[in-house]
Design a protein around this ligand. Sequence first.
Ligand SMILES: [Zn+2]
Length: 377
Amino acid sequence: MPQDRLVGLVFDDRYLAHNTGLDLIEDRAPYPFAEPISHPSSPALVGRAKHLMDLFGIAEQMRRIEPVFASDEQLSVYHTPEHLARVTLIAQTDGGDTGAGAPIGRGGDRIARLAAGGTIAAVDAVMTDAANAAYALARPPGHHAMANEGMGFCVFNNAVVAARQAQRVHGAQRVLVVDWDVHHGNGTQAAFWADPSVLFISVHQDDLYPPGWGAADQVGIGDGEGYTVNVPLPAGTGNRGYDEVFARIVTPVARQFDPDLVIVSAGQDASVMDPLARMSLTLAGYRAMTEEMMSVAAECCEGRLVVTQEGGYAPQYAPYCSAMIAQTLVGLPEDGQWIADPYGGRAEAQPASAELGLDATRAIERGLAVQQCYWAL
Ligand SMILES: [Zn+2]
C-alpha cells in the first residue's frame, strides 16, 4: 500500500457512554432471562475494537477525524420530525426505547447524533480528499433505524444520512451501500427503495432480523427497481460462501453501478463466535470482504470508501474483526503479518472457511437468478 494513502478514523469516547441498559422485556413476567442480563450492544465491543487498533499500531497509522453532532437538517433527509422529537424527549428522562428495541439513556440523543455526525464527518473527509478512506467506529449503530422510529439497537440511520450527505453536499450522483451485517439493513433498504441513485446491497442470514425483510425478491420499486440487492444466506455460511457471493454478485453488480462513493455498513456479527447469529466468518473473511470493497472503490471512485460500524456482539471476537477491517484499510504491516486469530486459528479450521455448502450454493444460485434480470452476471 502506498505510504501517501490516508485512512481516517472516527472514534470518540462519548460513544462509549451510549447506555443500552439491561436487557429486560418488561411486559412479560417472569423475565424471559430469569435474572436481568446485560444488553448485547455493550460499549465494551466498540471500546475494545479501538483498544485493539491502538495495541496493534493501526490507529496511529490513521488520521483522526473529529465527529460532529448531526443537525436536524442532516437527520431530516430521512427521519421524521416526530422521531427526532421523541428521541430528544426520551433523552431528557432516565431513558427508554426510541422505537422497537432501540434504547437510549439520559442524554442519549446527543450520542446518537454524534454517531450519525461521525459517519457524516467520515464522508466529508473522503469526499474532500482529506482522507482516501475512513472508518467510523461509532455507536449506536444505524442500519435498522426507520424514518419514524429507532429499531434493533439503532436510533438514527447513520449510513443513510451519510449517503445523502455525499449527494447533497458533495455532488455524488451514485452511492453504493454494501451492508454485510448479519441482520438485514431494513432501514437503509426502506430509505432507498424507490431511488436508483443509491444501490443497496445486503448480505445477511436468511430471515433472521427483522422478520420478513431481506428476501432475494425484494428488489426495489419504480425507478428504484433493481437497485436493491438482497442475498440471504443460510446459517453456517462461512468465508468460502461469502467469497462466492462477493465474487459472483456483490462485486460485479457494484462495478456495473460505478459508484462515486462506497459506504460499507460493517456489522461484525456474521462472525463464527457471535451470540446473536449463526454464521461462520473469521478474521480472514472480514479481510477478504474489505479488500473486495477497496478494489471496487479503487476502480470506480479513486478509492473513496467509508466503513461505518453496525453490529457485532462476540466480546472476544467481533472487536478483532473490526480491527482487521481497519488494518486492511491501512495495509499489510511492515512485518507482513496480519492480526492473528485470537483462537490460534481454530476458527479458521471450521469447515465453512474452506467449503461451500449445498444450502449456500442454492441461496447464491437463487440470488443470481433474481439479479440477472437487472445486471450482467
Ligand atoms: Zn446486526
